[in-house]
Every structure is written in C-alpha cells, then in structure tokens.
Design a binder for this molecule. Structure first.
Ligand code: FAD
Length: 481
C-alpha cells in the first residue's frame, strides 16, 4: 500500500489526542493523517447555543494541537454519508478510523452503512470504543436486556476493569496536500450580536489541556470532600468535567484510572474515589439507556406518563427560564445556568422538579431549555436526568417524592452563599427568611431593601397547593393508563 495514501481520522465526540484509539490506529503506520470534523445538523439534533460555544473553543484547541504535529483538521458541514465518504474517495484514502458514540439516532446502523460505503470504494475502516468505560454488550442483565436500575448495573460494571488509556501517539505525520474545507469562524458557533456568552467565557476554557488541568485540580483536593460536599452548591467540590466529557476532551477511562491510581497510592481515600466513580457510573448508565432507547429525549421511558395531564403555561415557563419564580434556590440555579452555561447537580434536580411538579410543565420543555443553555448538554445525561426527576425515567425517584424548594434550599444552601450570589437582590436578607422571603416580617424585608413583587417576585405558586395538584395529576394519569 502506498504510504502517500492517507489515513483519515474522523473526530466526533472525542476532541482529544490522548486515549483516542482511532488516532492511535491511524498513527500505527507511516500513512499521513488527515483529521476531519463534520458539523452535521441535518441528521443529528442541532447543538444548543451554549454547546455550540463550547464546540467552537474545543475545535480551536484541537486544531492547534493537531497543527503542532503537522496534521490538518478539515471542517465540513453535513452528514458523514456524504462528506466523509466524499473526502475519503477524493483523497484516495487507505482507511478511515473513528470512535463510536453510544447513542441515539441509530448510530450503530450509521456506522455499519459507512463501513459498507467505504468498502465499496476500496477503502478500509475501523471504529473503536473510546467514550464510555464499558461496551453496552458487556453489561447486560441475565436475560440479555439493558439494565433499567442503576445499582445492579453499577455493581456489574465494577466487576469489570476498563482498558488502560492510550498515550498520545509519538510518531504522527500529517497529509501535506491541499484539501478544501470550511473555516471555523464561518460556522458562527459563537454569538456576536449580542454576545451573550461573556459569563461562559469567564467560567470556562474548552480543550483537552484544560480538561486535564481540571482533573488534576479536582484530584488535588476537592475529591477529598466530594462524598460529603457534592450536594452543596456553594462548595466547589465537584470536578466540573461534564462539558469535557460531553465533547470527549477527556475520556472516562483516563478519569477512572487516575482515580484508581490516586487511591492505590493513598492520595485519596477509597470512599471519596468510589463516590465520584459512581457518578461517572451514572453517565455510563445514561449512555446505555440511550443506546437501548434512542428516543429518550422525546418519549417517556415509562409509557404510563403518556397520559400525564401536563399544563400549557408559557408565562410560568418563561419565569422559570428567567429565574423569576419567587423561590430563591430555583431562581439561583436558573440564573447560574444562564450566566455560566452550567448548573450544580443538586440544583438541576431542584429546578427540574419545580418545573415538572410545581408548574406541571412537561419535562421535554425543560430538557429543551437545558439543551440550549448547558455547555455540557448531553444527548444521554440530559434526557435521562429530566426523566429521572419527572418520575417517568429509568430507576426514577418515586413520583410522590416532591422536592420542597424551601427545605432543599435550607438543607443544601444553609448559609445562603449560593443563593445570595446568584440572586443579589436577596443578598441582605437574614438567612432565617432567605429561602422563603414571603414569610419574612415587613421590617426584615425593609432592612434588606426588598419589596416583594417589585425588587424580587412573589412566589409563582404556593408549595402546598402545587404539591397537592401534582399528586392529583399523578392519580389522574394512573386512572387514564
Ligand atoms: P461531578 O459530580 O464531578 O461528576 C463527574 C461526572 O460524572 C460528570 O462530569 C458527569 O459526566 C457524570 N455525572 C455526574 N452526575 C451525573 C448524573 N446525575 N447523571 C449522569 N452523569 C453524571 N450531565 C451532563 O453531563 N449533561 C447534561 O446535559 C445533564 N443534564 C442534566 C439534567 C438534569 C435535569 C439533571 C438532574 C442532571 C443532569 N446532568 C447532566 C447530570 C449532572 O447534573 C452533571 O453531570 C453534573 O452536575 C456535572 O458536574 P460535574 O462535572 O462537576 O460533576
């Protein structure tokens, strides 16, 4: 085979050079390498605004890392069946390599069709597992089905050991010929007029290098407080690796083995490491759910909920989106999301529960908002998280456990540091009233410079009434199924 015929590496949700089996395979011979990224908004769910912002930064970082090694990153827009096959044919490629995505939209079928189309043109191909710890085929119940309950899933997973991560290939050479492709800026992934992403840019640096840095920072100390502190949004003890995992700037295998190494060297106690790995386990669980249920973002996992009497309420939806529900911890979460493209997990649960149970708004409306505003908006974790909270998901919390946003605020933000930061108009309010300002005496509100209904909204709904209404709707659904 002529060494001048290139290998193409098709980057997808794996925007990294290390632990990238497709790249390692491409570099295993002397063939020059061409890297390709396709922005496919025709056959895939288009990314939301915040994720597009992240993608722009991540591609920029990848392009730079590849360029240092002489490898061009070609950008094209459209489905792989057209553009990947076209590029491979026009370059007379020897082979094309890519890493599989667990997931929706018949990924596996598409992979199969691509392999066939390339083969018909005399081009080899291979695809690899890189973005999850375990192949879904390795994790099946005794009856051969996908798991529907997390605990047995994770118990079975922990009996396996994920493969060791691969280093960045040492020797790689890039293709030197001319190739036509798009310019990243022409994709307009980042907003300009207006540029609403200032807060996101302040909070994050996309790219493989920063993902590795965040992992090291996390393992340096926050992980020690993770088991106890992970539910408290004011304590920055979670890893903030979610957008990097979403876009594959870091692999779950790299995280797993780094944690295990820190445990064996005694740098972190077992309990802290295991609790964190179990959260990575939830990511695995969501990904295997999506593989088994590709319509996870649109169809109730529990079809009884097809009969749920959701309310149409555009005004309430808008107030939730804007962080003006009158429930301080809910508003804090929604504003954190809008400002930074991220929200703490505990607060994701509180805000999602408020939308679906207090406002009775269909979880799909919330999922869509998160999809548009989260930098880590993930095709598996997002719908699975929403369905879990709404009560219709796999291994979901029982419907009747309805979060009380006041008690949640008092329990998980007891000093109010998180809420005061994101809802500054309540900053001066005594912590006794912070999570239920409507109960505060006039004098307390006055000295905190608050006029309810003016400087801060009155509550959109009354908790007890909303709870009763939600439970009645659930009973109505049960009668209708
Ligand atoms: P850490 O606590 O440090 O956890 C490490 C990693 O484990 C995370 O980066 C993530 O990949 C994974 N993980 C942690 N918790 C969960 C979980 N509950 N479910 C699945 N994976 C988890 N996560 C996303 O990555 N993208 C989403 O779009 C998303 N949408 C969500 C929507 C709702 C309604 C809810 C309740 C949760 C959602 N999550 C989502 C899960 C979780 O909130 C985030 O993964 C987590 O807050 C990210 O912060 P971190 O990286 O600091 O997490």
């Amino acid at each position: 085979m002529s060494p001048s015929r290139p290998h193409i590496v098709w980057f997808r949700d794996d925007l990294r050079l290390s632990d990238n089996p497709a790249l390692t395979r491409a570099a295993s011979s002397e063939a020059p390498i061409v890297a390709l990224y396709l922005l496919d908004e025709e056959t895939r769910r288009p990314l939301g605004g915040a994720a597009r912002w992240w993608l722009a930064g991540s591609l920029r970082a990848l392009e730079k890392d590849l360029r240092k090694r002489g490898i061009p990153l070609v950008l094209r827009r459209g489905p792989a069946m057209e553009h990947l096959v076209d590029l491979a044919t026009s370059l007379k490629a020897q082979a094309v390599f890519w890493n599989r995505r667990a997931g929706a939209d018949s990924e596996a079928d598409e992979d199969k069709s691509l392999v066939g189309a390339l083969k018909n043109r005399g081009i080899d191909s291979a695809h690899f597992q890189a973005n999850v710890l375990f192949s879904t085929n390795d994790l099946r119940t005794n009856s051969g089905a996908a798991y529907r309950v997390f605990t047995p899933f994770w118990r079975a997973a922990c009996r396996l050991s994920p493969e060791r991560p691969l280093p960045i290939p040492k020797a790689m050479s890039g293709w030197e010929g001319e190739i036509s492709g798009d310019i990243l800026d022409a994709w307009c992934l980042r907003p300009t007029a207006p540029d609403w992403a200032g807060g996101i840019a302040e909070a994050w640096t996309p790219g493989e290098e920063d993902a590795q840095r965040r992992l090291q920072v996390f393992l340096g100390h926050p992980v020690l407080d993770y088991a106890e502190g992970r539910d408290f949004p004011a304590e920055a003890v979670t890893s903030r690796l979610s957008p990097s995992l979403r876009f594959g700037e870091i692999s779950p295998r790299q995280i797993w083995h780094s944690v295990k190494a820190a445990q064996s060297s005694g740098d972190i106690p077992d309990r802290a490491g295991e609790k964190f790995l179990a959260e990575l386990g939830w990511r695995e669980f969501c990904h295997q759910l999506l593989a088994a249920h590709p319509a996870l973002a649109v169809r109730n996992f529990n079809s009884d909920f097809d009969h749920f009497p959701w309310a149409e309420n555009e005004v309430a939806l808008a107030r939730w989106q804007e962080g003006r529900t009158g429930y301080p911890v809910v508003d804090a979460g929604m504003r954190e999301l809008w400002a930074t493209g991220w929200m703490h997990n505990r607060v994701r649960m509180i805000t999602a529960s408020f939308l679906t149970k207090h406002l009775l708004i269909d979880w799909r409306a919330g999922e869509k908002w998160f999809w548009d505003t989260l930098v880590d908006a993930d095709p598996a974790n997002n719908p699975a998280g929403w369905q879990w909270v709404a009560g219709c998901g796999a291994d979901a919390a029982p419907y009747f456990r309805i979060f009380n946003p006041v008690l949640q605020g008092e329990k998980f933000d007891p000093d109010g540091a998180y809420t005061r930061h994101w809802v500054p108009e309540l900053a001066l309010l005594d912590k006794r009233w912070l999570h239920h300002p409507w109960d505060a005496p006039e004098a307390a509100l006055k000295s905190a410079k608050i006029t309810l209904g003016q400087t801060y909204p009155s509550p959109l709904v009354d908790h007890s009434k909303a709870r009763k209404r939600a439970l009645a709707s659930y009973e109505e659904m049960k009668r209708a199924r």
